[in-house]
Design a protein around this ligand. Sequence first.
Ligand code: SAH
Ligand code: SF4
Ligand code: F3S
Length: 449
Amino acid sequence: MIMPKHFFLETFGCQMNVVDSEQIVDLLRGMDYAPADRPEDADLILLNTCAIRDKAERKVYGHLGRYKPLKAVRPGLILGVGGCVAQQQGEKLLKDIPYLDLVFGTHNIHRLPDLLRDVEIRHRRGHALEFHDRETRLRLFPQRSGGEAVTRFVTVTQGCDNFCSYCVVPLVRGREISRPSGEILDEIRQLAASGVREVTLIGQNVNSYGVGVPGELSFARLLAEVEGIDDIVRIRFTTSHPKDLSDELIDCFGSLKKLCNHIHLPVQSGSDRILRLMNRGYTREQYLDRVRRLRRVRPEIRLSSDIIVGFPGESEEDFADTLSLTEEVNYVDIYSFIYSPRSGTAAVKLEDSLTAGERQARFDRLLKIQEDISRQWRERDAGAILEVLVEGESRQGQGQLFGRTTWNRIVNFAGPRDLIGSLVPVHITQVYRNSHLGCLVTDQAPSHG
Ligand code: SAH
Ligand code: SF4
Ligand code: F3S
C-alpha cells in the first residue's frame, strides 16, 4: 500500500490569499496529498505569503527558519513559498535560503504540480514567477467546489491599478482584471447548491468591477444579480475604494435586502494633504459625503476602516485630522497600521523625518480613541435579539454553535447542529472584545439585524 503524502499549508495576508490557498489545497488533493495537522507530520510545507508590511514579510523568514531543522529529521521534506513575498523576492528566496525547494508567484498557482514533480522526481529546485496577460489569467481561474462551508469568498477582480503610493499590491498582484459576470454568477449558484448561504465578493477594489470591459455589468448590477440567487441569504463585499463608491452602488444598500449592514471603507488618513501624497484620489470631505449617503440610504449600516499612521511627512496636525475623522465617522472597528516603507513604491522616495517612537505614540493614541468607540458599539448589542447566520460548531466546546450578525460580529451560543446554514434569532447576553455570547430564541422574531 502506498502511504499517503501529507501537506501543511500556512496562509498569511488578505482574502485573496485565502482564496488562493483553497486552490492550492485542491491542487494538492489532486496529487494525493492529504492535510497534516502539524508541520512535523508533513512531507510538504507551503507558505502562502503576504508582503504588505515589513513585519508580514519578516514572518515568512521566521517560519522558514523554524522549519529548517525538520528537513534534517525528515529527509525528502519539501519546502515551498508562494504568494506576494514569493512574487516580490522571486529567485532571491532560493538563493538566500538553500533549504527552500520551490517558489511560485501570484499568477502561477497552477504551476505548483509541475514544480512539485520536479522536486520529487528530479530533485530539482524551481520557480514560476512570470505575470500573465488578461486572457491567460481569465482562463486560469480555478473551478471551485462548495464543500461544507456556509460562507465563502468569491473573486470578482484580481490585481490592482490604483498605485496608492505606500502599497506593494499592484507590484505583486499585477494589473486589475474583472472576471466575466456570467462566470461569477455560475460559481455562486453552484456554491449555493452545495449549501453556501453567504458570499463575500472580493477584490482589491471591487467598486471598479467591470470598468473598461465593454458590455460588462457594473458592480452594483452584479450585486443585484446575486440578490436574485435564491439560496444565498446574505451578501458582503470587500474592499471598497472610496473614490469609486458610486451613488449607484450606495443605493444598493437601499434596494438589496440581502446586502449586510456593514461596509469596510478604508480611509487611510483624515488629512487632505496626506491623502494627496498617498495618491488616494479623494478628499476628507468627499469621503465624509460617501459616509453620509450610506447612512441616509441604510441607517443601520456600520462602517469599518483601515488607517495608516505615520505616513512620511505626517505632521501633528495631519494626525489630528485622522483622529477627528475617526471620531466623526464613528467606525465600529478600525484596522490601524504603522506605515512601513515598501521597496518599489512611490512613498519610499518621500522625505521622512518621523521617528519610530513618534509613530508608535500616534498609533497608541488612535487605538485608545477607537477602543472606546468600539466598546460603545458592542454595548449597543447587549440585550438585543439579533439575526445570526449559523456557520458551524464553535471552538468553545460541545453543543456550542457560532455564527455572525449582519455587522460581521461573531456570536457563540448553544444549539443543535442542524441549525448550521440557517438564520436564527439570538438573544445577546454577553459582549466581549472579539465576540458576543448569546442564547437561541425559539419563539420570537429578531428585533434588528
Ligand atoms: N485593497 C485594499 C487593501 C489593501 S492592503 C484597500 O485598498 O483598502 C490592507 C491595508 O494595509 C491597507 O488598507 C492599508 O491600510 C495597509 N497598508 C498597505 N500598505 C501599507 C504600508 N506600506 N504600510 C502600512 N500599512 C499599509
Ligand atoms: Fe493597495 Fe491602494 Fe490597491 Fe488597495 S487600492 S491594494 S491600498 S494600491
Ligand atoms: Fe498581503 Fe498580498 Fe494580500 S501583499 S494583503 S496577501 S494581496
